[in-house]
Design a protein around this ligand. Structure first.
Ligand SMILES: Nc1ncnc2c1ncn2[C@@H]1O[C@H](COP(=O)(O)OP(=O)(O)OP(=O)(O)O)[C@@H](O)[C@H]1O
Ligand SMILES: [Mg+2]
Length: 208
């Protein structure tokens, strides 16, 4: 079912019109296969975040159809936002552990998975640091590690590197490619045309 080349998410002639009559998406069709890294590129306001909200079922289509075998209720989907949204009073371990804690697991049970995710994003040695002691890029790494601990089938990233400087962004881009190859099963990634650097990504691109 989750083999590469099997669809994880398919949009069929999707339209999304918000209650205030804004047409956010018009006749959009595409497929994201399992195991793929898909980048959505468009100018601001063309509906990228709307696509992610529809995939994650935070919003409903107005017409058309979305097929998906991702179950959000079973933690099969994880979201990484533009801002790292970390708990300022918790250290790196506790921030990364949060999704597992919410499933009722103790840190003792989760510790190996949490440490593995921290190592994967290159933050070993910073386990006991608090968000205020980390750079913007490091906070984003914590946010990515947190998205990985439930071992989701798909990770959605809404312009996660947009607020970072170009050097940090470029380093995180290449690290994200490695993390995706090693761990993430399927990745849908948003990139605004106003932010330089999206051409660095080699995987599949959908340009609005
Ligand atoms: N909740 C909402 N209610 C009404 N209109 C909305 C809502 N959310 C988004 N829109 C509108 O839908 C269109 C697409 O918005 P969306 O946020 O999906 O674009 P985007 O491509 O993610 O933009 P950006 O690159 O600036 O993040 C825009 O015109 C926006 O104003
Ligand atoms: Mg957006």
């Amino acid at each position: 079912m989750n083999n590469p080349n099997n669809p994880a998410v398919s949009f069929h002639h999707v339209n999304k019109i918000y209650p205030n009559k804004t047409i956010a998406l018009q006749d959009i069709s595409f497929t994201i296969n399992h195991g793929k890294f898909v980048t959505f590129v468009s100018p601001s306001g063309c509906g990228k975040s709307t696509v992610l909200r529809l995939i994650s079922k935070l919003s409903e289509v107005s017409s058309g159809k979305i097929e998906s075998n991702i179950d959000r209720d079973k933690n099969e989907l994880a979201f990484v936002f533009q801002e790292p949204t970390l708990m300022p009073w918790s250290n790196v371990i506790d921030n990364v552990n949060l999704p597992l804690k919410l499933t009722g697991k103790s840190l003792r049970e989760s510790r190996t998975i949490v440490q593995e995710a921290i190592n994967l994003v290159g933050l070993d040695g910073f386990e006991r640091s608090y968000p205020r002691q980390l750079s913007g890029g490091m906070k984003m790494r914590v946010s990515i590690a947190r998205a990985l601990v439930t071992q989701p089938k798909i990770v959605l990233m809404d312009e996660p590197f947009g607020a970072l400087d170009e050097m940090t962004r470029s380093k995180l881009n290449s690290d994200l490619l490695r993390v995706w190859q090693e761990r993430i099963k399927t990745l849908a990634f948003l990139w605004s045309k106003k932010v330089p650097g999206f051409q660095l990504f080699t995987p599949k691109k959908l340009v609005f």
